[in-house]
Design a protein around this ligand. Structure first.
Ligand SMILES: O=C(O)[C@@H](O)[C@H](O)[C@H](O)CO
Ligand SMILES: [Mg+2]
Length: 382
């Protein structure tokens, strides 16, 4: 079997899909994207696909190594997202070739389903509490909320109290049994992160995410030392080599590699196994589309340390188009009681509605994150 061509589709709300085709009529889908830089990742996909045209799609491990090592310069969000989407598409082809789900080819599933959580927005405490309630009413048992806009290096206790008010409102609304993830989004610096980590303890968060920017990961040592709240990070880390320092130093309790950012199924399966050896849990990051979610579920299925999965059902990122809009059979993601079933179809187990993809790609998207500034004019983290 040979790879004979490929096509990328820029689709709303902010995604990029990739289809790789072969001379045997089998095709595979991937989602190579980093939010806000879809076109840059597409350029990297175009460069990498030059090598793959004419090659045997089944030799994934070798292709991965050529894509990763073969260019001398390596790693980072753009290249690793391009590799990720290509890797997903190659696994999809392999699964369809052997008529087996990807997780079957990786050793078989060690779970039938996985708990999922949904992101909730809202500007004011009452808004976010209402959003949480809606998500819980739809059957989810866990939510994730942003803690705050950026806090300056040293900021006021009034702002800390605003964060507490937001979280307290959600906890009161949903009750004690719902998991609440609190995403600091890298908007907080170490001194305020320490303060917040202590103040948030009474609300029993499921985890605190990116308490500091990943480039300041060594600050996690102090934060983990002073709080009993589990610490999560990893959506902006892209390979085993990026994760090894947080794991070896005990800087976190949960890793959140993104299957579309961190080298794909091949790489994230290895990252998950590394984490397992440090007693660190896996919760793949996925505010993305159906291809990325299905790739996550393949790794969740085969990683004992996976405990929850991020997913974007019903979240439109202000741009229309939902997770399910690009699927022929929407019931393939079978949500029940806060869990989603691991898909059992061949390859990624989903059938992409190509007509819909083509239609939406005609308009495409130009999704960018906003640029925010502090009161003093200095740029703030998004
Ligand atoms: O954990 C999350 O889902 C967020 O941090 C998103 O990754 C971020 O808003 C970029 O899409
Ligand atoms: Mg996050």
């Amino acid at each position: 079997m040979r790879i004979t061509g490929y096509q990328t589709y820029l689709v709303p709300p902010r995604w990029l899909f990739l289809k790789i085709v072969t001379d045997e009529g089998i095709s595979g889908w991937g989602e190579p994207v980093i939010e806000g830089r879809a076109r840059t990742v597409k350029a990297a996909v175009d460069e990498l696909m030059g090598y793959l045209l004419g090659k045997d799609p089944l030799k994934i491990e070798d292709h991965w190594n050529v894509m990763y090592r073969g260019g001398f310069y390596r790693g980072g969000p753009i290249l690793m997202s391009a590799i990720a989407g290509i890797d997903q598409a190659l696994w999809d082809i392999k699964g369809k070739f052997y008529n087996a789900p990807i997780h079957e080819l990786m050793g078989g599933a060690c779970r039938e389903s996985i708990r999922v959580y949904s992101w909730i927005g809202g500007d004011r405490p009452a808004d976010v509490a209402r959003a949480a309630k809606k998500v819980v009413e739809r059957g989810f048992t866990a939510v994730k909320m942003n803690a705050t806009e950026e806090l300056h290096y040293i900021d006021s206790y009034a702002k800390v109290e605003q964060v507490i008010e937001r979280v307290a409102g959600v906890r009161e609304e949903v009750g004690n049994e719902i998991g609440i993830g609190i995403d600091f989004h890298g908007r907080v610096h170490k001194p305020m992160a320490k303060l917040l980590a202590k103040e948030l303890e009474p609300f029993h968060p499921m985890f605190i995410e990116e308490p500091v920017l990943p480039e300041n990961n060594e600050a996690l040592r102090e934060i983990t030392a002073i709080t009993s709240i589990p610490i999560a990070t990893g959506e902006r880390m892209f390979s085993r080599w990026d994760f090894k320092t947080v794991l070896a130093n005990g800087y976190c309790d949960i890793i959140q590699p993104d299957l579309s950012h961190a080298g794909g199924i091949t790489e994230c399966k290895k990252i998950a196994a590394m984490a397992e050896a440090y007693d660190v849990a896996l919760a793949p990051h996925c505010p993305l589309g159906p291809i990325a979610l299905s790739a996550c579920l393949q790794v969740d299925a085969t990683s004992h340390n996976a405990f929850i999965q991020e997913q974007s059902l019903g979240i439109h990122y202000n741009q229309g188009s939902d997770l399910l809009d690009y699927l022929v059979d929407q019931s393939v993601f079978d949500y029940k009681n806060g869990y989603v079933k691991i898909p059992t179809g061949a390859g990624l187990g989903i059938e992409i509605n190509e007509e819909q993809v083509r239609k939406m790609a005609e308009t495409g998207h130009d999704w960018k994150n906003p640029v925010w500034r502090h009161d003093d004019g200095s740029v703030a983290e998004w």
